[in-house]
Each structure stands twice: as C-alpha cells, then as structure tokens.
Design a protein around this ligand. Structure first.
Ligand code: NDP
Length: 422
C-alpha cells in the first residue's frame, strides 16, 4: 500500500506532517505551511502597483505523481473544486502503468524586432543575415550576465511579413523565463538594425509563442487498469481515443478539451510563481498552428495500451520574476524537490496530460458532473453560511435535491438550524 493512501481523508496537519516526512521539506517550509504564511505586505506592495492587500487561493497537493521513473508530489493553486482530486486519481491510475515520460525538445526563448518603412526589404534581409555575428554580439552585450551563466543569444532568423521585416532572436535563458532578459537584448539591437536597413523599428519584444521551448509528455496506460470489467475498460479506452479525435476536428470541443488541460497546468504554473498568461498565450497559439484551433493532446489505442501525448510550448522558470519573493512558491519548489527548469517544464506538461485523461475518462463514463457537484455542493454550503460543523450535512442533502443551487443550500441550512433549535 502506498504511503499516501487515503491522503484526502487526512487532516490538514496530518497531510503537512506526511509531506514534510516523505518529501524531506525544510524547517522553513514546515513553518510556512503550519502558519499558512502568505506574501508579506512589504513584498506585495513592491510586486504590483496600488496594492490594497493580498489575495489568497487554496494551496493543495497531488501526493504521488510519476515522471521519468521518479516520484513527485505536485503543489497546486486553484480555485476550482475537483481539479486536485481528478489529477490525483489520474496520477494514481497512470502510476499503476508506466507513469509519465517527458521530453524537452529545446529550451530557447524567441524575441522579435519588427522593422518597417525599409527601402529594400530583400536587400535588408541579406544584410542582416550577413551581420549575424555582430547582431548576436550586440544582443549578448545587452545582458552579459546570462552569457556568464552559459546562456546567451544563439541565432537570428529574418522574415518578410506584409509590410514588416521581422528579426527573430533565439536566446538560451538557462533557468529564467527570459522576458526581461530578451527585451533588454532586443532593445540593444534595435538602433543597429535601423541603421543597417535604413528602416524604422516599431517594437522590440519577447514573443510568447515559445515554439523553441516545446515539451512533450507521454503516458502509456494498460487498458485493463481502466475498469474492473475488461469489456468496460476497452470501451472506455476507445471512447477516450474518440474524444481526442473530436477535439481535433471541432474547435468548440477543442477549447474545452484544452481548458481541462490547463486546469492542471495553470495550477502548477501558479504554485511555482510562473507567468501563467505567458504559458496560456503560447499554448493557445500553438493549438491553432495549422490554421484551425485543435486539442493539444491526442489519445490512441496501441495494442493493449491507451497512449496519451501532449506537446506544448512551456517557457518555465525556476528563477526570476516573483519566484524568489513569494514564501509559498518556495514551499512549492521544496515539495517538488527543487527541480531545474527542464524538469519542472516536464512535470507541468505531464500534469496537463494527466488532468486531460481524468476529464476525458469521467466525460465518457459517468459524466463530469458527478465529481464536480460533490465539491460544488460544499462550496454552495459555505456560500449559504454553513459553519464547518454544518458544511458536510448541507452538502450531502444538497446533492439529493433536484436543484443544486445557492437558494436550495440556504433553505436546507435554515431547516437544519430550525430542527436543531426544536
Ligand atoms: P528576471 O528579469 O527576473 O530575470 C531573471 C534573472 O535571474 C536573470 O536576469 C539573472 O540575473 C537571474 N538568474 C539567477 N540565476 C539564473 C540562472 N541560473 N539562469 C538564468 N537567470 C538567472 O526575469 P525574466 O527575464 O526571466 O523575465 C520574467 C518576468 O518578466 C516574469 O515576471 C514575466 O511575467 C515578466 N514579463 C513577461 C512578458 C511577456 O511574457 N510578454 C513581458 C515582460 C515581462 P543575473 O544573471 O544578472 O544575476
């Protein structure tokens, strides 16, 4: 039996204790978790303008998750009920087979200088390419410390698009996400490019379409583990494969399919202090790369296995931005075992695939509402004003009602209290 069996039934303190023990968390992480210590006001005030305070969300964990033969716990920040439960269940089922594998294809960030009003674009393009070394040097001079860390500008590409001549710069940003690094480098190249092309630079900025930071997560699930009856297991696998084909041909389904993937990805991206808008923007652009918006993952049957695959751009960092500032983010890295950016990107892609599996499995079998409404009923009970002692009773009663809504929750709470008084 796994050390984490029945994790969801334990008290918050028991979960913390188990995690501290199993993941060898530091004394500092333990103290932050126990006191539920959040972002200090002095730091919050420096992170964003006009600040009034801080804004909390649940900080949860998926206890067991297998990637590339190693066991992890995944910290998750999400407001949506059932995301953590679904991911934990998916991870458990997939863990019984091979777990996940992840491949990092490349880890370069792309930025662009968009030039216009160029007298001769074709000639300018050749001039830029001929001066590649000078331009790469200029970029590196803009941010010498990243070169000292073994990173730096790697290549340029030039493309004519409509009235623009666009210079794309690819940079190895090591453990950072690289937005500020690239923006500084690109601004360092701007004047030179204007002089060289006799044109004007409209802007110099990082691109969030991080096609040179692609990550592929894969899992192979023994079909027999999908249900106790082999006929139902086979039918479930076939329906999951069919659902994945639906997301390839129908953008209405694809958007929801990908939202399910992001339920997992965003939760881990947020917990690790990464820029979730950057990840979302890049991945949605990638989902529409051939002109039609499609599901980011695919599921196919190969013999006795259901094989899932997800490829996604993941500009993920372990340093920079707000990562070093937020105490909870530090705990998240501790829970993850202090991964480097490549490992973290692999974990994030695999989490997206796991979440997708859990959602598809529920959708093609019992339907998504069964699990959702269980947790939603608890949220409604709290919203109706139920105390901790009343929440479970109201949630249970609510699930038996025809209309699971706030009005019903309030009525049930009133009845419960009247009964108690009587
Ligand atoms: P930072 O500006 O925080 O830069 C990261 C810094 O970390 C580096 O400059 C480097 O400084 C230091 N560092 C320490 N160790 C390492 C290491 N091993 N590898 C790499 N760097 C290391 O962050 P980024 O440039 O990554 O930019 C990310 C931030 O920019 C995010 O907050 C993002 O939200 C924001 N942003 C995003 C935009 C977008 O997505 N379009 C646009 C603008 C900003 P040094 O080497 O000097 O010590």
């Amino acid at each position: 039996m796994s050390t984490f069996s029945g994790f969801y039934k334990k008290s918050r303190q028991e979960r913390i204790d188990l995690l501290v023990h199993e993941r060898a968390l530091s004394e500092e992480s333990l103290a932050i978790l126990q006191q539920d210590h959040n972002l200090p006001e002095t730091i919050a005030g420096k992170m964003a303008e006009n600040h009034l305070g801080t804004f909390a969300l649940p900080f949860s964990v998926v206890p067991e998750f297998w990637l590339n033969g190693q066991e992890y716990s995944l910290p998750m920040v999400t407001e949506e009920p059932s995301v953590v439960a679904a991911c934990s269940l998916g991870a458990k089922i997939i863990g019984k087979s091979s777990g996940f594998t992840a491949t990092i294809h490349e880890r370069l960030m792309i930025g662009q200088v968009a030039l216009y009003d160029i007298p001769n674009s074709a000639e300018a393009r050749q001039q830029i390419l001929a001066e590649t070394d000078t331009i790469l040097n200029l970029a590196n001079q803009g941010h010498p410390s990243i070169v000292k860390r073994g990173g730096g500008a790697r290549k340029i590409q030039v493309e004519e698009k409509d009235e623009f001549l666009i210079v794309y710069l690819s940079v190895d940003v090591k453990e950072a996400m690289g937005a500020n690094i690239l923006n500084t480098m690109l601004e360092g190249m701007k004047d030179y490019l204007e002089d060289l092309t006799k044109g004007k630079a409209l802007m110099a900025i990082l691109s969030n379409y991080a096609t040179e930071s692609l990550v592929t997560a894969e899992c192979r699930i023994a079909i027999s583990t999908l249900a106790t009856s082999s006929a139902i297991a086979q039918e479930t696998a076939e329906k999951i494969a069919l659902a994945s084909r639906l997301a390839q041909v129908d953008p209405y389904r694809a958007a929801t399919h990908n939202k399910g993937i992001f339920n997992g990805i965003d939760a881990l991206v947020l917990a690790t202090g990464n820029d979730w808008r950057a990840v979302e923007a890049g991945a949605h652009a990638y989902a529409g790369r051939d002109g039609q918006y499609r599901g980011l993952s695919t599921w196919e049957i190969e013999g006795e296995e259901l094989v899932g695959q997800l490829t996604i751009p993941l500009p993920i960092a372990t340093v920079g931005g707000s990562i070093g500032l937020n105490p909870k983010v530090q705990v998240a890295f501790d829970i993850l075992g202090q991964p480097d950016a490549r490992t973290l990107a692999g974990l994030i892609a695999a989490t997206g695939l796991c979440q997708n599996f859990a959602a598809l499995r529920a959708l093609v079998t019992t339907g998504i509402q069964q699990g959702h409404m269980k947790l939603h009923a608890k949220s409604l009970a709290i919203l109706a004003g139920a105390t901790e002692a009343e929440v479970d009773t109201i949630a249970q009663q609510l699930r038996k009602e025809k209309h699971t809504n706030l009005e019903t929750a309030k009525r049930l709470l009133q009845l419960l209290r009247q009964e108690k008084e009587a």
